[in-house]
Design a protein around this ligand. Structure first.
Ligand code: ADE
Length: 228
């Protein structure tokens, strides 16, 4: 079973529409749709925006469906000159860039318990995702993905994340899904398509391009499952 989590309906409904033999169940107010995509067993959930929603969703998915891998899919702001609207950011790891216990001596972004800043993606899954991007002929970059409980909408915050963490894209869920997956020994990866540049006008671009970007991440899901 492969698990897919998106924050918003626009990021998941295109996957659910392609599925057959579907069945829906609800845990903690989140709907999980199981079924087949291109003959493979998958489960898809729309978790809601932000780290806590994403963490609850990932933990329920692991308890209820025991996926061997969870892939977070959806849109992101670009922090890289190589990533324009509609391009794909593939995570090598996710970082919770709003985590900060530096006043008591820790490095920025350190996750207590795991004792990690960079929460790694499964290398073999990233390799398959890269192959899917190549097959689609879509522009992509592999790098660190920033997660935080804020929509990045200023050049200052963008620069802070770039300078301190070297991330290529920013969003609000993958770092907490990665965290839950690591705690449970489940493989994790993240696909994000660019909806905006995470700058002072990101809210305007986001409104215009979120659907195009979300559709590209769904194309990646299909191409990945085809090869899986
Ligand atoms: N998702 C899409 N664009 C984003 C941004 N600029 N900040 C956080 N999450 C996002």
């Amino acid at each position: 079973m492969i698990g897919f989590i998106g924050a918003m309906q626009v990021e998941t409904e295109g996957i659910i529409k392609m599925m057959t033999d579907t069945k829906a169940e609800t845990y903690a107010g989140i709907e999980y749709t199981t079924g087949k995509l291109l003959g493979k067993d998958i489960v898809v959930a729309t978790c809601g925006v932000g780290k806590v929603n994403a963490a609850v969703c990932a933990q329920c998915m692991i308890f209820a469906y025991k996926p061997e891998v969870i892939i977070n899919t959806g849109v992101a702001g670009s922090l890289s000159n190589a990533l324009n609207i509609g391009d794909i950011a593939l995570g090598c790891c996710s970082i919770q860039t709003d985590m900060d216990t530096s006043p008591v001596g820790d490095p920025l972004g350190l996750i207590s318990g795991l004792n990690l800043i960079e929460l790694p993606c499964d290398a073999a899954t990233v390799e398959k995702l890269e192959k899917a991007a190549k097959t689609l002929g879509i522009q992509y970059q592999i790098g660190k993905i920033s997660t935080g409980d804020q929509f990045v909408n200023s050049n200052e915050r963008k620069k802070f994340i770039q300078d301190n963490f070297g991330c290529i894209a920013c969003e609000m869920e993958s770092g907490s899904i990665a965290h839950v997956c690591l705690m449970n020994g489940v493989k994790f990866a993240v696909i994000r398509s660019i909806s905006d540049k995470a700058d002072n006008s990101s809210h305007m671009d986001y409104g215009e391009f979120v659907k195009i970007a979300a559709d590209n991440s769904i194309r990646m899901v299909k191409a990945f499952v085809e090869e899986a």
